[in-house]
Ligand binder design. Structure first.
Ligand code: ADP
Length: 397
């Protein structure tokens, strides 16, 4: 059997399509004009009954091949309903028009087959049948209804494909998050122990050279710990588990308390902190906000030569927001790179060889800032400076 074309049977428009496609199939296979009309009329009579009684069925126009014999057939399937089994009206009429008529019902699905032999004079062979099939495959829709239908079908298929792709992506993403979470926890424990012993050894009586080595171990272990925390944060954020412990916080005292910590983070740079004068209250998760500030200031130091200035300043904007800006005099970024720095795992390509990192810090920062109702952005002059800005809504007292 070779299916030439299929028509779904839902409404009157489909009836016209079933008629047109049947007559075209018979014409292309070289049947006489009267046979074309009889076949198409019989097909549309059955289709009319199916549409009237069920509103859901399909008509498949096919060529059946038995040895040397070729037949043109229409196989109409539908969900069986009462009234069809008596084969009244149009179906009785169709039966008279077509030599071979078959009707069966299996598991609630009715199938009506209309079939007529193709005379040898039509000189049909497999190649001709394939050519007719191709004709229907490539045929342009000939009514606006057909066009809409075809488009709907295409849209449906595209939609289905993208849904499958989306599901797969979601699954892979979940697997990745699970891996990050397990790997992060497994790495965290031995590293915490390693750092604890290093701290103890640093306080013990040892030679200067051993002390210098221990300090190096501790610095590198600290870097590793930061990266592991970032891995765990990413998996938390992606799972939607980043919970915040929001507290009303006076900004100036919060920053003053943190300033020592910030200075320790960038000992080789000149740090300037310029705070605005007005008292401001923020509703923030203090630890998470500290993470943002430390990450941005840490980057400012990482991506600028030692000895250069890093300026942290605060101001209140017209929109009742607090704006914190961190300006450095470092390597800067191109306009294209600026657009991508907040994306997950993004690192500027020149940077990867020279500076360690995983490209997660700014993605996490942007997530934390957005979850606080704020915005984050960056301005930069390539090769000269970068300024990261973020805002947080001021708490209403
Ligand atoms: P990481 O620093 O671990 O690579 P981040 O997410 O913190 O990851 O930063 C992403 C990228 O943005 C960095 O790899 C770097 O290319 C660029 N970047 C961030 N901060 C600066 C800065 N102050 N100056 C220049 N480039 C920066």
């Amino acid at each position: 059997m070779i299916q030439l074309v299929q028509v779904s049977l839902e409404n009157e428009m489909d009836l016209t399509m079933a008629y047109k496609r049947s007559i075209k199939a018979a014409e292309l296979l070289g049947l006489s004009l009267s046979t074309q009309t009889s076949f198409a009329t019989a097909v549309s009579e059955v289709c009319r009954e199916v549409i009237d009684k069920t509103h859901e069925g399909t008509a498949s126009i096919e060529v059946h091949i038995e040895g040397e014999r070729y037949s043109l057939a229409a196989v109409i399937t539908y969900r069986e309903v009462t009234g069809m089994e008596s084969l009244q009206g149009g179906i009785q009429y169709a039966k008279k028009l077509i030599p071979l008529f078959n009707y069966i019902v299996t598991d609630g699905v009715g199938t009506i087959e209309l079939k007529l032999g193709i005379p040898r004079s039509a000189m049909v062979n497999r190649l001709k049948v394939i050519t007719v099939k191709d004709y229907f495959g490539q045929a342009e829709p000939n009514t606006p209804y057909e066009e809409v239908r075809q488009r709907n079908l295409q849209l449906f298929l595209i939609n289905e494909e993208s849904e499958i792709a989306l599901q797969q992506e979601k699954y892979l993403n979940e697997q990745k998050n699970e891996f990050l979470s397990v790997a992060g926890h497994e790495l965290k424990t031995p590293l915490t122990i390693l750092r604890a012993y290093t701290q103890m050894a640093l306080r013990s009586d040892c030679s200067d050279i051993t002390l210098a080595h221990l300090k190096k171990i501790d610095t590198q272990a600290q870097k590793l710990q930061t990266m592991i925390m970032q891995l765990l944060d990413i998996s938390k954020i992606e799972k939607g588990n980043a919970d915040y412990n929001l507290e009303k916080t006076d900004l100036n005292s919060y920053l003053t308390d943190m300033s020592d910590l910030i200075r320790q983070l960038v000992p080789s740079h000149e740090l300037i902190i310029e705070m605005h004068q007005e008292a401001v209250e923020l509703n923030i998760d203090r630890l998470r906000m500290e993470q943002v500030i430390m990450n941005i200031v840490g980057n400012a130091a990482k991506y600028s030569p030692a000895g250069k200035q890093i300026k942290l300043s605060t101001k209140i904007t017209g929109n009742d927001e607090l704006q914190i800006s961190v300006e450095d005099q470092g390597i800067g970024m191109s306009d294209e790179e600026l657009l991508k720095v907040f994306a997950k795992f993004y690192r500027v390509s020149d940077v990867t060889r020279l500076y360690s990192g995983l490209g997660m810090g700014l993605y996490i920062c942007s997530k934390i800032i957005k979850d606080h109702g704020g915005r984050i952005w960056v301005e930069s002059i390539h090769g000269k400076s970068s300024t990261f800005h973020f805002t947080i809504p001021v708490a209403l007292i």
